[in-house]
Design a protein around this ligand. Sequence first.
Ligand SMILES: Nc1ncnc2c1ncn2[C@@H]1O[C@H](COP(=O)(O)OP(=O)(O)OP(=O)(O)O)[C@@H](O)[C@H]1O
Ligand SMILES: [Mg+2]
Length: 358
Amino acid sequence: MRVGVIFGGRSVEHVVSVRSARTVVEGLRTAGHDAVPLGIAENGAWLAPDVAARTLASTDKALPVPQGEPRATLRHLLDARLDAAFPIVHGTFGEDGCLQGLCEMLDLPYVGCGVAASAVAMDKLLSKRLFEDAGLPVVAYAVVTRAAFAADVAAALAACAALPEPLFVKPSVGGSSVGCKLVKRRADLAEAVRFALQFDDTVLVEQGVKAREVEVAVLGAAGALQASAIGEIVPGGEFYDYEDKYLKDDAKLLAPAPLPDDVAAELKRHAVRAMDAIGGAGMARVDFFFLEGERRLALNEINTLPGFTSISMYPRLWGLVGVPLPELCDRLVRLAVERAEGKRRLDAGLRAFVASQK
Ligand SMILES: Nc1ncnc2c1ncn2[C@@H]1O[C@H](COP(=O)(O)OP(=O)(O)OP(=O)(O)O)[C@@H](O)[C@H]1O
Ligand SMILES: [Mg+2]
C-alpha cells in the first residue's frame, strides 16, 4: 500500500515527530509498503515528499520552513495519491483530532484514534470525566477556569481546599509537561494556576502523588484492543518535566517494568477500559501512576499518537511481546483501512435509508 507518513507539525514536539517518522518509514518499508514521507514544517506548511525524505535521510532535527503562504501547500497531501495515512505528528494540530478530521474530509484511511477520541484524550479534564464515568481510578482533582480565577481568585481556589498537599497543577489541554508545577505550599498555588493559565483556559489542580510512572501500549480495533508489556519511566528530577523530556538525558526507561503480576494484569485491563471509555481505537499509550505503598493504580492520561522513535516505549513494548516494528506498522495500517471500510459501510447504510424515504 502507498502510505503517507505525516510528521513534523506545529507543536513543541516537532523534533520528536521527525525521529518518530524515521522509525515508522523504516517499519513500513520493511513490511513491504510504499512509505511516502509528508512533512509539515513548524509554520504549518506541507512539504513535498522529496523535501521531507531529505530531512529523514539526514541528521537534521527539524524540517525546513518554506517561505510563503502555508495553506496552498496542502496540495502536497492531495497530490500524494495515498491509500492510507500514518499520522505521527505529536501534540497540537496532530494528536488532537485536527489532522484526523482532515483525513476524514479526504476519505483517507488513517492510523490511530478517530476525531472524537483524539480530541478527548488531548483534553485532560474531558478524559478524566469519561474515566470516572467508567469507574476507572484517577487522582483526586479540582478544576479552575480562567473566568472563575479572573472573577475571584480565592473563590476559584476554594474548589481545591479539600485536596491535601502537595498539589500538582497542569493545563487541561497541553503536553510535554509545559505549564506543569508541583506545589508544596498552598501559598504558591495561585501563582502556579496563573502560570498554567498561560497555556489553556482550564487548569487542573490534582493531588500530587509520589508514585511510580508506568505505561502500557494498546493496539487493535474498537472493542478488541490488546495491551502490550508494561514500561516504566523513572524521571531524573522531582517529576517528568519538560527539561527531563527534551533537554536532559537523566530519565530512565525500563521495559519491562518490574511489577507484581496482579498489578500488571490490572493495569492492562484498565488501559483497555480507558481506551473504550474515550471511544479510542487503533493505537495509544496509556499512562498510569502506581502508588506502591497503597498498592493502588491511578490512570493519568492517554497519548493517542505516542512517541515512535527507535527508543520510544510504544514500539519497544510491542517488541517485548513478539510484535516487531514492521509487523506493528503493518497491523496499524490494516486497522486503519478496516476502520475506514466500516465507516463507509455505515455511510452507505445511511444513504440507502435516506433514499428509501423519498
Ligand atoms: N498528580 C500528579 N502528581 C505528581 N506528579 C504528576 C501528577 N500529574 C502529573 N505529574 C508529573 O508530571 C508529568 C506530566 O504530566 P502529564 O503526563 O499529566 O502531562 P503531559 O506530560 O504534559 O502530557 P503529555 O504526556 O501528553 O505530553 C508526569 O509524567 C508526572 O511526572
Ligand atoms: Mg504525560
